[in-house]
Design a protein around this ligand. Structure first.
Ligand code: ATP
Ligand code: MG
Length: 239
């Protein structure tokens, strides 16, 4: 079966600084893949390059059999790549419903599902959001705001969801909730790529994982094998 997402010899960076040095990655439809690595390893840069947000990137990124070269971010989103960006990027003065509606807007030319149906779908997956729908995003708790960022990505019905540190800044209980939500999404058929420093929790959910160090993939395998790898236990999993 051809993978849903294929990344080949991807190089990307900022200005003159190259950050990704030839990254290869494959994600099959329905898989949950974790990208692990310390601060600055290049996880966010990799996700941004897949979304078409890294000018000057070279290498190949294919999605659903289609080469994404030259496609700007909105086109990639319309093809079915959703993202929860680092730092959520919600509109604080707007309500939960308004923020969700923005997620629909990006896929308008794709022929979005009727608005009410799309909202209902999101509220079914994220029931807590329904109780908060008239609140402004700024008034949500950290965990609720993260749910909203997920909801805004999901409303466009992506086939692939790229999640950049969704657990960052959340209390332990909320982190657990967040991971449960991602697991539910996967079981609903969404393919998930999760970049997270919380390697233990990510490996519990993931089918496979890649480990990055200074812009390179230094280890890859099933989540089980990586969780048992002595080198990784020492550097990422707290011994
Ligand atoms: N906008 C930018 N301009 C210049 N350098 C950047 C920029 N963003 C990231 N970098 C650099 O690129 C490298 C990779 O950063 P990146 O954000 O991809 O790492 P990361 O693995 O996501 O780290 P973290 O776990 O802290 O989120 C780092 O050395 C970082 O300093
Ligand atoms: Mg990052």
């Amino acid at each position: 079966m051809t993978p849903l997402l294929t990344v080949r010899t991807l190089h990307a960076g900022y200005g003159k600084i190259t950050v990704l040095h030839g990254v290869d990655l494959d994600v099959k439809a329905g898989e949950f893949v974790a990208i692990l690595g310390a601060n600055g390893a290049g996880k966010s840069t990799l996700l941004k390059a897949i979304l078409g947000m890294m000018p000057g990137a070279s290498g190949q990124v294919s999605f659903a059999g289609r080469d994404l070269a030259g496609l700007a971010t909105p086109r990639r989103v319309r093809l079915g790549i959703g993202a929860i960006p680092e730092g959520r990027q919600l509109f604080g003065e707007m309500t939960v419903l308004e923020n969700l509606a923005l997620g629909l807007y990006v896929r308008r030319s794709f022929g979005p599902p009727p608005r009410a149906g799309a909202m209902a779908h999101v509220f079914e997956l994220l029931p807590r959001l329904a109780e908060r729908k008239h609140q402004t995003a700024a008034s949500l708790s950290g965990g609720e705001a993260q749910m909203l960022a997920i909801g805004r990505a999901l409303i466009a019905r992506p086939r692939l969801l790229l999640c950049d540190e969704p657990s960052l800044g959340l209390a332990p209980l909320r982190v657990a909730e967040m991971f449960q939500t991602l697991d539910r999404l996967r079981r609903s058929g969404v393919t998930v790529v999760l970049a997270d420093q919380n390697a233990k929790a990510a490996l519990r959910l993931a089918d496979r994982a890649y480990v990055m160090e200074t812009g390179r993939i230094v280890a890859a395998g099933t989540a089980g094998a990586l969780a048992d790898d002595p080198r990784l236990r020492e550097s990422y999993l707290g011994g």
